[in-house]
Design a protein around this ligand. Structure first.
Ligand SMILES: Nc1ncnc2c1ncn2[C@@H]1O[C@H](COP(=O)(O)OP(=O)(O)OP(=O)(O)O)[C@@H](O)[C@H]1O
Ligand SMILES: [Mg+2]
Length: 525
């Protein structure tokens, strides 16, 4: 028997996704196009994509009758699968034109859900043997070699649960699979924690989610610690009504105002305990004062200053109570020192429901403790209002710089954070809690935020605390300090594995602001 000598074939990578093939002393060209989901489409239905692919393949079959040879090749590695369309022909310029035709053909066949991208070189390994193709040219197509590991970072099944939500976040960080990633409303009601070192992009990410949630009809309330949100949101291209309230001015939101809170001293006590770090004795005295004095505080337009006076005249009998009263007096007096009381007739009431986004600008409150007090009072009023009157619409509340508002304590006696997060979801209030320092933020924040968005964290302690609250691979964990601005690891309960996403802030341009920049409402003073 005479063995037939195998035909010589050589493959040369000539760049830009083209390969030159020499076969039986003839030259052919092959171009590889990667099949990708289109980027940045907010809604993508899997069935629609499959149907689109089917239509696209049908039209390729028709084209191959016109003299082109198409192959569809799917490569599988431990990192996932990649699909290519290979076009084989004798003339490179003809293939070039064909690529253009096919790209637009597939775009329209798939209703824009699928795009083709010219493959990078290095995917076919030259000089490898070949699967014969039934083609006009009878040219074997080179075996597609194993994909380079960095080509696919995110296997589709892992991100499936979060790529077809309503609130678009950005795309997966990968050279090949740029899947759009989005959150669903349920994610918001089970609360979101955003963590990262200074300048890593937390506030921008929170603004984007708030902005896009309000486009979907949710009302948004932002406790703006540094007074940055209005400016960021201003850049949004859709017209939303944004109302900014200056927290130093007297204000009242919905039917909630401080009088309602003062009539419930236990709630107020909880807030003061956290803000002023009160000892049990000081707490006892404040409790007594509030119990007896809440009526006179209610009618006072300047209740905090009145409270200081009430503490001053508290009749302390024993030595411990005198000491405790004096200490409490000093703490409260310092807190109330910068307050300029205005008469209650200036108070205007605004409703969270009247605006798409209500921003409470806390930055003009100079004293940090007072700022924390204001933030907590607003949250308490919101809680009371939800419990007593119900919240009419879905509400998203953003708390930035949470290590100030909801700090960690050696003994978490008050548990304000836990109560807020655990109990508010039943009123359809979702929270975004933003912190640059998870280690100094209440541990209840990590426990009660089901979705975590982790920007670059440089500090080892902070990184450890966040990583301990999630399930994450070592290699991914190691990338946390090196994420670039705007990149984040997203952890949701549905996704089997955290993924890196590049947060897309683009739609935040040209928004018109309504309302006054120095608003009035939420009566704190
Ligand atoms: N996704 C993004 N894409 C591009 N640029 C971004 C992105 N996120 C943030 N930036 C830019 O990075 C800078 C810091 O962002 P940002 O204020 O959101 O960070 P931060 O983590 O809130 O910082 P801080 O700890 O100081 O509050 C800003 O100039 C912002 O425009
Ligand atoms: Mg910030």
């Amino acid at each position: 028997m005479k063995l037939k000598k195998p035909t010589e074939i050589s493959v040369k990578d000539i760049g830009k996704g083209y390969y030159e093939i020499f076969y039986n002393s003839k030259k052919y060209y092959i171009a590889l196009l990667r099949v990708l989901r289109a980027l940045n489409r907010e809604k993508q239905d899997d069935l629609e994509i499959i149907e689109g692919l089917r239509r696209a393949v049908e039209s390729l079959v028709r084209r191959s009758k016109r003299g082109f040879t198409y192959s569809i090749v799917t490569t599988i590695s431990k990192n996932g699968a990649l699909t290519y369309i290979a076009i084989l022909g004798k003339d490179k310029s003809v293939i070039d034109r064909e690529i253009e035709v096919v790209t637009s053909l597939i775009d329209s066949m798939s209703n824009g859900n699928i795009t083709l991208k010219h493959s990078k070189s290095g995917i076919i390994r030259p000089k490898i043997l070949v699967i014969p193709l039934k083609s006009r040219y009878k040219v074997p197509v080179p075996e597609l070699h194993k994909i380079q590991p960095e080509v696919v970072r995110v296997p589709e099944p892992l991100i499936k649960p979060i790529h077809n939500g309503e609130i678009y976040l950005g795309t997966t960080l990968s050279t090949s699979y740029n899947y759009p990633i989005s959150l669903k409303a349920e994610h918001l009601f089970r609360h979101i924690g955003i963590f990262g070192s200074t300048g890593s992009g937390k506030t921008t990410t929170a603004s984007i989610i708030a902005y896009r949630a309000s486009l979907k009809g949710m009302k948004v309330l932002i406790l703006d610690w540094h007074g940055e949100y209005t400016n960021i949101l201003k850049k949004g291209k859709d017209k939303l009504s944004i109302f900014t309230l200056d927290a130093t001015k007297p204000m009242s939101i919905n039917e909630l105002n401080i009088n309602e809170l003062i009539s419930k001293p236990t709630e107020l006590l909880e807030v003061f305990e956290q803000v002023l770090d009160l000892s049990p004795a000081q707490l006892f005295i404040l409790d007594q004062v509030l119990e007896r004095g809440s009526r006179s505080l209610r009618i006072s337009p300047c209740w905090l200053k009145s409270l200081v006076e009430l503490v001053a005249v508290y009749n302390a009998e024993s030595r411990w109570s005198i000491e405790a009263r004096d200490a409490l007096y000093r703490k409260l007096k310092y807190l109330a020192a910068n307050i300029h009381c205005s008469s209650s007739s200036n108070i205007k009431t605004t409703s969270i429901n009247d605006h798409d986004i209500t921003v409470i600008d806390l930055s003009k409150v100079v004293n940090t403790r007072l700022r924390t007090l204001y933030a907590l009072l607003i949250l308490k009023m919101l809680e009371l209002s939800a419990v007593e009157h119900g919240i009419l619409t879905d509400l998203l509340v953003v708390i930035d710089e949470a290590h100030h508002v909801l700090p960690s304590r050696t003994s978490e006696v008050t548990g304000i954070a836990r109560k807020l997060l655990a109990e508010m979801r039943k009123w359809h209030i979702g929270f975004i809690i933003v912190s640059q320092s998870p280690s100094s933020t209440s541990s209840d924040v990590l426990k009660n935020t089901n979705t975590k968005i982790i920007h670059a964290i440089k500090s080892n302690i902070d990184k450890r605390i966040v990583v301990d609250s999630i399930i994450i691979r070592k290699e991914l964990e190691d990338t946390i300090p090196y994420l670039k601005v705007g990149e984040a690891i997203i952890v949701t309960p549905e996704a089997t594995e955290p993924i890196i996403v590049r947060i897309d802030p683009r739609p935040l341009i040209n928004i018109e602001i309504e309302g006054s920049l120095s608003g009035y409402e939420i009566e704190l003073e």
